[in-house]
Design a binder for this molecule. Structure first.
Ligand SMILES: *[C@@H]1O[C@H](CO)[C@@H](O)[C@H](O)[C@H]1NC(C)=O
Ligand SMILES: *[C@@H]1O[C@H](CO)[C@@H](O)[C@H](O)[C@H]1NC(C)=O
Ligand SMILES: *[C@@H]1O[C@H](CO)[C@@H](O)[C@H](O)[C@H]1NC(C)=O
Ligand SMILES: *[C@@H]1O[C@H](CO)[C@@H](O)[C@H](O)[C@H]1NC(C)=O
Length: 956
């Protein structure tokens, strides 16, 4: 009801506004141009209805346009008060879908001054409308969040009157250097430039060479890939108020001096850029007008510079994820009395957390000191903090008891995270009325959990440490009362030695996340869990569960896991690592929302269901006893990213029909009874995103799948440097997550980024791997394999491969493990293998290789057993010397000779013959802004992927 009323209000306001402006009727040709334009697009307001705060008041403006009325009175249309020409078109948040064609009648509106299509859905508009260049009178252009892609047409530089340009959040959209240069030259009045997430990677000239108008007020280039130096020529622009270069890792901040005559700079975000010397330049101390400063993840070290106390106007300060050390900067911070949000998260600050010295910060609403090394107790008493809504002190070394003010004295506190510290003792009286999120996991608390805590929305009591004396949930279990926790949305009770929960009579009408993994739960899943219809995330893995339980409305004998079928809102099912012995219910296909089905490591038997939920992203049935064929319907699950059916008894030929799955990254079919040659049906994109291909230990025969190897595009691209990957994504609370660490960012960003839940079982470790071992492949190893430069593991052992080891393997410089053993390979070991600097395991044994073993670098660290069973190899580390290039017969060498005879020193690098790469089940999912875009970052490099899916996942 409320929503409806708001929409109507806005509508009326808009009408009124435009009615005032237009005393003139709009020209008929412009009216028909608008009407024709309308017919070219679909209006679908549901696209933004619920999701986007920005479009809360979204309205299908074009629906109201009709032939019978003056177009100047139409919603979103603005006419000139004298000439009557249409000069403004604001169709933002109108739920538009479709294409704007080059010949669109939109371009007949040549008098337009302002044009906004922000927040619509021009997905598939593979060409940015170059005709925009014909709007020569345009002063304001907003095409943000439109889904445009391709190259920005050069004609945009014709818009010489432009004052404000916003093309942000069009991920496929790229700049050519010459286009941007001409635009900046021609549009001399541009004062607002917002180009976040457009692609500037092809621009080679340094940011310091760009010329901006002196009237520039706002420059926002978040994650564009621009490079070069940020110098005072921008920082001293006399009218610059806001500069945001977040996420441009190739930008170096180079500001030795800053003597601007005036500087009005108020908002500065240089997060994820580079600061030479890892210091904030002292010249920044002249930016005394700053109200918001963000320097997240800039590798800044040393103590937090005291000149920050110059910034008396600061309301937001974010120094998270640097390596600042030293004590809590209480004196400095105590002077920033206007601070509203402060984040020191993820640094190396130590010593006492002197919260009392922040008493003067009367406006402070968010305080984040998490992920540091603060130690000692929290103060017993505290004054101030009356506006504090979020207090995050998790992941420190804080100890002693939690003071009572945490639970009672902060009137506006909604979120409190004290997890992963060393707090002990009982939880004191709990009487906070405002608190919604409370995380106490990972401490050494004991005693009763106050019942009222269960009235929060999110509660974490999981732990790696405590539990012996925790009176939970026994105290609730003992009484025969039926507890109803109406607010709880997320409850985490991982690893607290829960044994029996069948007697509990809890009711959770809103619960979406329930984590009970790593406990000692046995037998049946109790009814109260079945009754949680709102559940989206259920984690019961690592228990001793054997059955889902009995329900009058189900056929138990045949479908014991069939409770799943009743929970139609389930998105994620993880019942892995239990003892389930049933078949997989075929009704799973009906769960329209299911995205993750993880039943690995149980004892499931029978055939695979013939149809799976189409939205599946992760399907893991690894380690069961499933048999029969691979269901062809899996190729309808077009969002699949992670498919693991390994260690079962599936009997079939290779599922070539999976090759069309564009997002598939992980395909594991190892240890089944698959057979026959792998025939690839030639098509354009076969497995373009695959990074793990494991079909080992089957009965495949014929040639190695050359056509696939050629088309594994994702394996050809090396992401990140030195294999060190850090992950960033947005979690369910709209926070950035780096690896397993949470990074919150300011509200303006989180508003546009939303995520779905995350689940880390291990620290993610992307592996790029091909394992074709233990089959009956024959023929030669294709040269093309050397193009898969990202490959970290290659295992072709135990086949019948012949011919030489291709020299191209020397190009696989990321390789950590190479196993070609037990084949019939001949010829010499190519010297190119000495290029493999990361190689930790090498096995070439049991072949027919001859000649000298190449020397140098990593190769020298391998022992005899890398080479044994080859009759003609010689040289180090073997005992057979290579004489006159005539390789001698190899004789078995004694261990003593190996170890001491040649001065061999054991090396630290692990050698593992037939190294096993565990393909874990960890995954995470996220999405950003509109559903069709994803951003992943490796090593600070943002990898953008276009996808039609709302979720994305990674196996590791
Ligand atoms: C409108 O958008 C919703 C949500 O994306 C979609 O389910 C629906 O099919 C769309 N309707 C039309 C007519 O395209
Ligand atoms: C505009 O072009 C599209 C495709 O390029 C075509 O289908 C359409 O008929 C054209 N419309 C007009 C009005 O010419
Ligand atoms: C600059 O703008 C004018 C006026 O729109 C246009 O005629 C000219 O082509 C533009 N120059 C460039 C280099 O785009
Ligand atoms: C700060 O500005 C003043 C006055 O413009 C100038 O003299 C001084 O050198 C500047 N300081 C730094 C560190 O750039």
């Amino acid at each position: 009801m409320v929503v409806v009323r708001m929409v109507v209000c806005v509508h009326m306001l808009v009408l009124f506004h435009f009615a005032c402006l237009s005393s003139q009727l709009c020209p008929p040709e412009e009216r028909s141009a608008l009407l024709h334009f309308k017919t070219q697009l679909i209006t679908n307001i549901t696209v933004y209805d619920n999701e986007d705060e920005v479009c809360r008041h979204g309205y299908p403006k074009m629906r109201m346009w009709d032939t019978g009325t003056d177009c100047c009175s139409w919603m979103g249309v603005m006419c000139h008060s004298v000439s009557g020409h249409v000069i403004g078109l604001d169709l933002s948040c109108s739920g538009l879908e479709g294409k704007i064609h080059l010949n669109s009648t939109l371009f007949h509106l040549t008098h337009l001054h302002t044009l906004s299509f922000a927040y619509n859905y021009f997905l598939g508009n593979d060409q940015f409308p170059s005709q925009l260049g014909s709007f020569v009178s345009l002063t304001h252009l907003n095409l943000s969040y439109c889904g445009f892609e391709g190259e920005i047409p050069s004609q945009i530089s014709h818009l010489s009157k432009l004052q404000s340009l916003d093309l942000s959040f069009n991920y496929g959209l790229g700049w050519k250097e010459i286009t941007l240069k001409r635009l900046l030259q021609n549009a001399t009045a541009l004062h607002e430039i917002v180009l976040d997430y457009t692609d500037m990677y092809s621009i080679t000239s340094s940011l310091s060479n760009w010329s901006f108008s002196l009237s520039l007020d706002t420059l926002s280039l978040v994650d564009t890939g621009i490079r070069g130096h940020l110098t005072s020529h921008i920082l001293c622009l006399p009218n610059l108020h806001k500069l945001n270069l977040f996420g441009n890792e190739d930008i170096q901040v180079h500001v030795p001096n800053l003597n601007c005559s005036t500087s009005l700079l108020s908002v500065l975000d240089l997060s994820f850029c580079q600061f030479p010397g890892s210091q904030i330049p002292s010249s920044f101390s002249n930016h005394t007008h700053l109200t918001s400063l963000a320097l997240v993840e800039n590798e800044l070290n040393g103590s937090i510079p005291s000149f920050l106390s110059n910034f008396q106007h600061l309301t937001h300060l974010d120094l998270s994820y640097n390596t600042f050390s030293g004590q809590f900067p209480n004196v400095l911070l105590g002077q920033l009395t206007k601070l509203q949000t402060l984040s020191l998260r993820g640094n190396r600050l130590r010593g006492k957390l002197l919260l009392s010295s922040l008493a003067n910060l009367t406006q402070i609403s968010r305080l984040d000191c998490s992920h540091n090394k603060f130690q000692g107790p929290l103060p017993n008493k505290i004054t101030g903090f009356s506006n504090l809504t979020k207090l995050l002190l998790n992941d420190n070394l804080l100890n002693e008891t939690i003071p009572s003010w945490c639970f009672s004295l902060l009137p506006l506190l909604t979120s409190l995270d004290l997890s992963n510290n060393q707090f002990i003792g009982h939880i004191s009286a709990f009487s906070s009325y405002s608190l919604q999120v409370l995380r106490l996991c990972g401490n050494k608390l004991q005693g009763n959990v106050p019942e009222s805590m269960f009235n929060l929305t999110e509660l974490c009591l999981s732990s790696g440490n405590w539990s012996d004396s925790l009176q939970f949930p026994q105290n609730l279990e003992a009484s025969n009362v039926s507890y109803k926790f109406i607010e709880l949305v997320s409850l985490q009770l991982v690893e607290i030695d829960l044994t029996n929960f069948s007697k509990i009579l809890w009711k959770f009408p809103k619960l979406e996340t329930l984590e009970l993994s790593e406990n000692k739960l046995e037998g049946r899943v109790p009814k109260w869990i079945h009754d949680i219809h709102s559940l989206e995330f259920l984690k019961l893995s690592y228990n001793q569960l054997s059955s889902i339980g009995q329900f009058p409305w189900h056929d138990l004998h045949y479908l014991p896991i069939s409770f799943i079928c009743n929970a139609t809102s389930l998105e994620i099912v993880n019942l892995s690592h239990n003892k389930f012995t049933s078949t997989i219910p075929h009704c799973l296909a009906n769960l329209s929302k299911l995205i993750v089905l993880d039943l690995q490591m149980n004892k499931l038997h029978g055939t695979l269901p013939s149809i799976f939920a189409r939205g599946l992203i992760t399907l893991n049935l690894n380690g069961n006893q499933l048999e029969g064929h691979l269901p062809k319907s899996l190729c309808n699950c077009t969002n699949l990213v992670d498919l693991n059916l390994g260690d079962n008894e599936i009997e079939d030929t290779f599922p070539h029909w999976l090759q069309s799955l564009q997002y598939l990254e992980i395909l594991v079919l190892r240890s089944n009874k698959l057979y026959g040659p792998i025939v690839s049906l030639k098509s354009k994109d076969m497995f373009p995103n695959l990074i793990i291909f494991d079909i080992s230990s089957n009965n495949f025969s014929g040639q190695l799948p050359k056509a696939y190897i050629k088309s594994f595009q994702a394996m050809k691209i090396v992401v990140g440097a030195e294999g060190q990957s850090s992950f960033y994504y947005i979690n369910s609370y709209g926070e950035y997550v780096i690896g397993t660490i949470l990074l919150e960012y300011d509200d303006s960003v989180t508003e546009t980024m939303k995520g779905i839940r995350s689940n880390f079982e291990k620290i993610p470790n992307i592996l790029v791997s091909i394992d074709l071992s233990s089959n009956r492949f024959e023929g030669e190893i294709p040269d093309d394999i050397g193009e898969l430069r990202a490959l970290e593991n290659l295992n072709l052992s135990n086949n019948k491969l012949v011919g030489h080891i291709p020299r191209s393997l020397g190009n696989l410089t990321n390789l950590e493990s190479l196993d070609l053993s037990s084949n019939m390979l001949t010829g010499e070991i190519p010297t190119e293998l000495t290029n493999l600097n990361f190689l930790e395991a090498l096995n070439l044994s049991q072949n027919q290789l001859v000649g000298p073993i190449p020397r140098g670098k990593q190769i020298d660290t391998f022992l005899n057993n890398s080479y044994e069973g080859n009759m003609g190899l010689c040289g180090f580390p073997l005992s057979i010397q290579c004489n006159n290039n005539v390789p001698q017969q190899q004789y078995p060498s004694s261990e003593a000779e190996d170890k001491f005879g040649f001065g061999w020193k054991p090396v630290a690098i692990g050698y593992a013959c037939g190294m096993v790469f565990g393909i874990g089940l960890g995954w995470f999912v996220f999405w950003l802004g509109k559903p069709q875009w994803l951003v992943i970052i490796f090593d600070g490099k943002w990898i953008k992927r276009r996808a039609r899916i709302t979720l994305f996942s990674f196996g590791f």
